[in-house]
Design a protein around this ligand. Structure first.
Ligand code: PEP
Ligand code: MN
Length: 339
């Protein structure tokens, strides 16, 4: 049938239908191999060529064909679930650090001084932890400090002290490492690596601990979202190390009455999103000894698998975080109130 414009409408419709079918079959072939943008460019060139030559109904149909083809490609490109996610693994991961198991019904806590300062300083805390039946001790050998003039940690000597403590007190030792080369250096000394808040997105460091089989305690960056925290852990799992423990340690907000703002909601959110265990550090989040026990109780009630806190035999002489480390007496009360 010929229209007023002299065009054979039926013939045109036939050709248009064939064109759309061709577009559909092209999209089915290109699938995820050809990038969407290439297809989009291709279709928009076609549209430019045909505009004016064809009626609007056809242009509309062509656009719909483009949308359809794009959505098919988007479906084909759906990535697999993250390794850290519950979608990938529904059962809880239990992370073993020495004799301790993080992620079981019974909470597993990590206490110890902010920094390793001397053998006797760490040993005094270690004896106390052992008496309380605890299985892990922490202490920083490499300290990432805000000021370059502040105590930077004893480094390798600190690691050696921790190894001595491990042998003498039969405790698993946990310490922060701040550079990829520390993985090899510290592997023989430590039972678990800690990645600090300042290094949560140090991707080379994350990959380096990912290539080790030692457990990793990953602290939340001070301005990191939950999503970024999950992706940081994913870096470690993607390299083959599944022994990762999240540690919520407070985030920066406008609130000045605490050192950071403890994000309690991070605990159930992480537990729901991921199969990995979650600790809460009440020292660096609150920075206030008088509320640490209450915050620790809140964290456990929210589902945390354990608490991290700092304790020092003589906080006023501590080389870092003087104001927020508990004395052994304060720690006694704290510990009694959370068990
Ligand atoms: C620490 O635990 O010693 C520490 C420095 O904490 P954060 O990385 O959370 O600041
Ligand atoms: Mn500290």
């Amino acid at each position: 049938m010929t229209g007023n414009d002299g065009l054979d409408r039926e013939k045109l419709m036939e050709i248009d239908t064939a064109l759309l079918e061709l577009l559909d079959s092209r999209a089915a072939v290109t699938g995820p191999v050809e990038k969407r943008v290439d297809n989009a460019e291709y279709y928009s060139r076609l549209l430019d060529e045909y505009e004016g030559a064809y009626d609007t109904a056809f242009i509309q149909a062509l656009l719909e064909g483009l949308t359809d083809a794009s959505s098919k490609q988007a479906d084909a490109e759906e990535p697999p679930p993250l390794l850290v996610s519950r979608a990938h693994q529904s059962a809880d991961t239990i992370v073993r650090i020495g004799e301790a198991e993080i992620g079981r019904d019974e909470p597993a806590h990590i206490f110890g001084p902010c920094s390793v300062e001397s053998y006797s300083q760490v040993a005094e805390v270690a004896s106390d932890l052992k008496r309380k039946g605890l299985k892990m001790i922490r202490g920083g050998a490499f300290k990432p400090r805000t000021s370059p003039y502040d105590f930077q940690g004893l480094g390798k000597e600190g690691l050696e002290i921790l190894l001595e403590i491990k042998k003498a007190h039969d405790l698993a030792v946990v310490s922060e490492i701040v550079a990829p080369e520390h993985v090899n250096l510290a592997e023989a000394h430590l039972d678990a690596f800690q990645i600090g808040a300042r290094n949560m997105q140090n991707f080379e460091l994350l990959k380096a601990v990912g290539r080790s089989s030692k457990p990793v305690i990953l602290k939340r960056g001070m301005s990191a979202t939950i999503e970024e925290f999950l992706y940081a852990a994913e870096y470690i799992l993607a390299e083959g190390n599944g022994n990762v423990v999240f540690c919520e340690r407070g985030i920066r907000t406008y609130e000045k009455s605490t050192r950071n703002t403890l994000d309690i909601s991070a605990v159930p959110l992480l537990k729901q999103a991921s199969h990995l265990p979650v600790l809460v550090d009440v020292t660096h989040s609150t920075g206030r000894k008088e509320i640490m026990a209450d915050c620790a109780k809140a964290a456990l009630a929210a589902g945390a698998d354990g608490i991290m806190a700092e304790v020092h035999p003589d906080p006023p002489t501590a080389l870092s975080d003087k104001a927020q480390q508990m004395t052994l007496e304060e720690f006694d009360k704290f510990h009694l109130s959370i068990i």
